[in-house]
Design a protein around this ligand. Structure first.
Ligand code: ADP
Ligand code: 5GP
Length: 198
């Protein structure tokens, strides 16, 4: 039986990576899909762990070869989800979670009707700004670009199946886990049949 495809979106700095780390540590049947990007690594980021860091030329070749499940241009750089690795994992029965922006989520919604879209929402814009600045990984210019985009991103919440406010971290993680658990026991997914005695 195929695994489930999850999408986690939310404005930069809302806590997607932090939440994902906690949730992924608890579920061995859930894999994070490492994206490709043309933006340079920041902070402690490692190629092949946080992102596959590609040159623009490499990215465009990959895009031409239909190598991305979805892709978008964000803050002047390209980002994309490698198609092969995600489909292979799903086929093996592994659940996969993507951290993609609102453009990427719209493409997934259109092409994968069964995907589950989760939006991580900030408790307030002031708190989001504090987190983004406190992370200390972008320069002023990069932070400005991200802040200018917040309203547009928040308005896209209507596209999603679930919204989780990331106020208290543990509570937010519990909610994301609850969504995954609930999606797994939907009658139409058929996972429950695995639990029946032969
Ligand atoms: P994103 O992946 O969405 O860009 P990060 O996971 O890098 O965001 O989080 C941005 C900053 O906010 C980090 O410094 C992180 O420690 C902090 N953070 C994340 N979740 C919370 C929370 N619930 N409360 C307070 N700070 C948080
Ligand atoms: P950052 O540069 O802060 O890591 O990410 C910036 C934005 O790119 C975030 O909104 C993040 O969700 C999005 N993003 C990361 N990887 C992908 C991807 O593969 N596809 C799309 N569409 N967006 C991505």
């Amino acid at each position: 039986m195929e695994g489930l495809l999850f999408v986690l979106s939310g404005p930069s700095g809302v806590g997607k990576n932090t939440v994902l780390k906690e949730v992924l540590a608890k579920r061995t049947d859930l894999t994070y899909s490492i994206s490709a990007t043309t933006r340079p690594p920041r902070g402690q980021e490692i190629d092949g762990v946080n992102y596959y860091f590609l040159s623009e030329e490499q990215f465009l070749v990959e895009r031409r070869n239909n190598g991305f499940l979805e892709w978008a241009e964000i803050y002047g750089h390209y980002y994309g989800t490698p198609r092969k690795q995600v489909l292979a994992l799903l086929q093996k029965g592994q659940h996969v979670i993507l951290d993609v922006d609102i453009q990427g989520a719209a493409q997934i919604r259109e092409n994968y009707a069964n995907a589950v879209l989760i939006f991580l929402y900030p408790p307030s814009i002031a708190e989001l700004t504090r987190r983004l600045q406190g992370r200390n990984t972008e320069d002023e210019e990069a932070i400005k670009k991200r802040l200018a985009y917040i309203e547009t991103e928040l308005a896209a919440v209507t596209l999603y199946d679930y919204v989780v406010v990331n106020d208290h971290l543990e509570e937010a993680c519990r909610r994301v886990e609850a969504i995954i658990n609930a999606e797994e026991v939907k009658v139409t997914r058929g996972y429950w049949k695995r639990l029946l005695n032969p």
